[in-house]
Design a protein around this ligand. Structure first.
Ligand code: SAM
Length: 350
């Protein structure tokens, strides 16, 4: 149906408002404003500013603005703001199923190297890892923390009994593109008989992974090491290999899967988690589609192109492509596990 001009305008104005809403939420998360109100209950801008040692005028303007999003209630009489339990869980909690903190940090910070992105449109190339600030990586750490602590380890692993059984008995697990180690750490907490080896190209991630392992008391069954998928497999063999949100980012995904295949012992299993998508990118119409294309332009495709890669993109790994890459690498079976998640898909490959 053809929309009239007024409806088009409404849509765009709504987008503009929601962009500001997104930004105010990011400020509230980064400055601990939601957290402060959640801990201390109904508070005035003066009380918040005094506790946080912020400029009161800024806090007051933020409170007026954020109350228009509906995420914070503002009492006109007392001039106090409060947050309900649902929004506390969404904005303040870490590692839970409903924690959105990491999401906000990732999106807000991945959009910062804007000039670099504009320049890449004109000149090709892309944005390298070190051009993103540390808060971007912190955001990825938090999203990983939620996904592995609340989904992969307590739920999805139970849907792949072959893997669960091996992990219970005690095996060597290689976690390729481990980031800050959240998947390896959460797996190590549950499967104490197994040993987890995490590999990642970006050295600060490896350092953070070691810190996360220490904080979770799993230093005896986790090991982390810098590794670049473009340089082949590590000098070790594993019973199970995992790649969680790695392959679509790789400059050369085929080389990456070849390296993973070569690192497996005979009969080894490859657990691949990547982004849920359709064969033709334009057919991605799910509620997260816009987010996925945004993430692709601002990070996934763009970092791959920065390292002279093919730029597969966030929605570049549908089932058919997974099969193609895995069969080329010498795997024989690709089975998709039904995890019913809005962003991720999971495959058991052997
Ligand atoms: C989207 S992050 C996922 C990190 C982690 N698996 C998670 O889910 O939280 C992709 C990771 O792949 C790593 N990476 C990208 N290219 C790589 C390469 N060529 N070799 C090894 N790791 C790479 C990045 O450093 C980053 O940590």
């Amino acid at each position: 149906m053809k929309k009239n001009l007024d409806n088009c305008k409404k849509e765009i104005l709504n987008d503009i408002s929601r962009t500001i809403s997104f930004r105010l939420c990011s400020i509230g998360i980064d400055l601990g404003l939601f957290e402060d109100i959640s801990i201390n209950g109904p508070s005035s801008s003066k009380e918040i500013a005094s506790r946080k040692k912020y400029n009161e005028r800024y806090v007051r303007e933020w409170l007026y603005g954020i109350s228009k999003t509906g995420y914070i209630d503002f009492d006109r009489k007392t001039r106090k703001a409060s947050i309900n339990d649902h929004y506390s869980e969404l904005f303040v909690s870490e590692g839970g199923k409903n924690s959105f903190k990491g999401f906000f940090k990732v999106i807000n910070n991945m959009m910062l190297p804007y000039e670099n992105l504009i320049s890449s449109f004109k000149n090709g190339g892309g944005i390298k890892f070190e051009e993103y600030n540390s808060e971007f990586w912190k955001g990825l750490d938090l999203t990983g923390c939620s996904r592995y602590r609340s989904f992969l380890v307590p739920e999805w692993i139970d849907q792949v009994p072959d893997i669960k059984e091996k992990l219970n008995k005690g095996v060597k697990f290689g976690d390729f593109g481990c980031g800050t180690g959240r998947s390896a750490v959460e797996l190590a907490k549950r499967f104490k008989n197994s040993t987890f080896f995490g590999f990642d190209k970006f050295e600060p991630n490896i350092e953070e992974a070691r810190i996360n392992a220490k904080a979770s008391d799993v230093v005896t069954n986790t090991f982390f090491q810098v590794w670049d998928a473009d340089e082949g497999g590590p000098n070790d063999k594993f019973d199970i290999a995992g790649a969680f949100d790695l392959i679509h980012d790789l400059p050369n995904p085929q080389e990456g899967i070849n390296a993973i295949k070569n690192s497996l012992k005979p009969g080894g299993i490859f657990l691949l988690m990547d982004i849920k998508c359709t064969d033709d990118p334009i057919d991605n119409d799910d509620p997260m589609a816009l987010f996925k294309f945004g993430a692709s332009l601002h990070f996934c495709m763009t970092t791959s192109l920065a390292y002279n890669g093919i730029g597969l993109g966030t929605v570049g790994l549908p089932f058919k492509k997974v099969e193609e890459l895995c069969f080329n690498a010498g795997f024989e079976n690709v089975k998709e596990i039904d995890i019913n998640h809005p962003i991720n898909s999971l495959f058991q490959i052997s």
